[in-house]
Design a protein around this ligand. Structure first.
Ligand SMILES: [Zn+2]
Length: 324
């Protein structure tokens, strides 16, 4: 696909600006199509196999250290946050991605880490201008950029699974080869907000040159452990779990490894404190009540299957808040 011109972006931004009185702008106009992976299954089928060892290796990579406002990461109005006396301030976090290695299906990434151009001031990064300044990209301490990491892999990247379409999960997409398929939850590109007037072009640049983004075909389930789950490869080794709230299409992933299940929750919980105390994310979420419900479902899964190794959105389990 051809990269869109600056004029095209400007026209889109103007059209969006005119529509701001309504519901704001779409996250991106990058095309989407139905995913060619993932078979809808009842949650019970996931629960039936979750504790059995599986074939996938999971490597979590901290691409960068960063810091953001605690009020975005945690709902500070939650009674538990109030009781704990939590106050807003800058909280240290990390930007992760997860490498999944399947013996037959190959190498996949969950989220994308940090684009190489962000580490090189003389290059045009996908995230730039006012958004880069607002995100305090300069405060990011990059450990390894995604282009460097990909260059060290002995096998090609077969696909990218995004937990959601926020910039800090999408930045490394610019380093992913154009022919690698990218999967994400339903409604992510269509989510409207006023902020997308300035954020949207950055998302579009990260995805520029890629084919249509492939949306998971979640089929809602009544009275299941989750809203919907998919068996990604059809062999029960990797499950995509719909956990809406932080964004409409937020997706967690459960990989069965030889050592046990690994649960990658994305930003259903950014922080260790939020996970441990059952307090959902704050102002970064589109729908806080839905995000609280999704977090509760994920925590129940971990509580009922003690062997589950939980990987959070932006901190490792056990890390303490910088304050109080
Ligand atoms: Zn997010």
């Amino acid at each position: 696909m051809r990269t869109r011109s600056p004029i095209s972006h400007t026209v889109t931004a103007l059209a969006c600006a005119l529509a701001l009185g309504a519901a704001g702008c779409r996250a991106t106009n990058h095309p989407v199509e139905p995913a060619d992976l993932g078979t809808p299954r009842p949650s019970a089928e996931l629960l039936a196999v979750i504790d059995e060892p599986g074939p996938i290796q999971v490597e979590t990579v901290a691409g960068a250290d960063w810091e953001v406002a605690l009020s975005g990461l945690l709902n500070l109005d939650h009674p538990k946050a109030q009781t704990a006396g939590l106050e807003d301030g800058v909280e240290p976090i990390q930007v992760y991605f997860h490498a999944l290695r399947h013996p037959e299906h190959g190498l996949y990434m969950v989220d994308t880490g940090v684009e190489r151009a962000l580490t090189r001031p003389d290059e045009d990064a996908a995230i730039r201008g006012i958004v880069a300044r607002f995100m305090k990209v300069e405060a990011m301490k990059v450990h390894i950029d995604t282009a460097t990491w990909l260059s060290r892999q002995s096998q090609p990247l077969s696909g990218v699974f995004l937990t959601h379409l926020h910039l800090d999960h999408v930045s490394g997409l610019a380093d992913v080869p154009a022919d690698v398929p990218v999967y994400l939850g339903p409604g992510e590109t269509a989510l409207r907000s006023v902020e997308n007037l300035v954020v949207g072009p950055n998302l579009s640049r990260a995805a520029a040159g890629k084919g249509p983004l492939r949306e998971w075909g979640f089929v809602p389930e009544k009275d299941g452990a989750f809203e919907a789950v998919l068996d990604v490869f059809g062999d029960g080794s990797l499950w995509a779990i719909h956990v809406p709230g932080h964004t409409p299409g937020s997706t967690a992933f459960l990989a069965r490894t030889p050592e046990g299940p690994v649960l990658m929750v994305g930003d259903a919980s950014h922080t260790a404190w939020g996970w441990e105390n059952g307090v959902e994310p704050g102002s970064f979420s589109a729908d806080q009540p839905a995000s609280a419900a999704s977090l509760a479902r994920l925590r129940r899964l971990a509580a009922e299957h003690r062997g589950v190794d939980v990987r959070l959105g932006h901190q490792t389990l056990g890390v303490r808040l910088a304050r109080p």
